[in-house]
Design a protein around this ligand. Sequence first.
Ligand code: C2E
Ligand code: MG
Ligand code: MG
Ligand code: MG
Length: 291
Amino acid sequence: AAKQRGKANWVRFTAGMERPVVADAQLGAELRRGLELGEFRVVYQPLVDLNRRQVIGVEALVRWHHPTRGVISPADFIPVAERTGLIVPLGRFVLRETCRQAAVWLAEFGPSVLQKAGPNVSVRQLHDPDFVDDVRAALADSGLPGELLVLELTESAVLRGQQVSRTLHELHDMGVRLALDDFGTGESSLSLLRAFPASIVKLDKSFVDGIEHHEEGTPEANARQAVARAVIQLAGALDLDTVAEGIENEEQAARLQRLGYSLGQGFHLAEPMSPDEVAALMAGQRELDAA
Ligand code: C2E
Ligand code: MG
Ligand code: MG
Ligand code: MG
């Protein structure tokens, strides 16, 4: 029996699942309660035009304000939300909140600071038969133009099957834009780009880390730079926008700019922040524009 239990655990822990079932059930129950009580908030990380150093949009990132555990980051609860299916109502909340907030900023600050606004979307949501209707309703209720909504999907999410492909094409036909997140980390990035109606690729942070050491000629830095260059060339050929993720210093920003990246995201440019902080940033930029 011990051996069997050991084997069961082995399966659990190696299938990319870091928590056993019991903990899932408990955290799942807390997630459900947290959703009912409104404990989730959305923060926004600015997307920055690297040449002009201006905000042109935001990525929406969820946070859980747990009554006893404090603020919990998505890495600690999204996997459980996905396994329990709670990502569907949670994702719907983030989607609706992002559209509502983006429409407010669009009205207040104009289209130059709000060219793109988007939540991350899990594969479970793409399999939800109501997903396309949810997106349509979120746009209609908020008044946000569909072209401004960018849904961030990972390659592994997009890879799966006919139904997902149909959903993505329906969204594309509605004018909603699709971004391939963490690009370069998946298994078949190139073939995927042909089949998938993406308009944006987001170069994963792992290719940005250390890219500034290129001059020193370390093999790792050279390899990252080669990937960054290949991605921007590919994106150019396929007429896709690119965003470089996880920029942590000016040297990285400058190098990516030189490689042709015009959009970036990262702690060096702007951290994820509350809606009030985003509004203050956008207001400051409007004054600069007017001056
Ligand atoms: P992501 O979509 O790739 O989001 C970028 C993550 O990198 C965010 O972490 C952001 O805070 C962090 N980041 C941004 N700039 C930097 C930087 O310069 N350095 C470093 N070290 N990190 C940076 P966060 O908010 O903890 O989110 C982690 C992941 O959780 C996201 O990765 C996304 O996959 C997932 N996620 C977040 N919110 C949601 C959501 O509402 N729904 C779903 N399905 N997934 C979400
Ligand atoms: Mg993302
Ligand atoms: Mg990302
Ligand atoms: Mg990422």
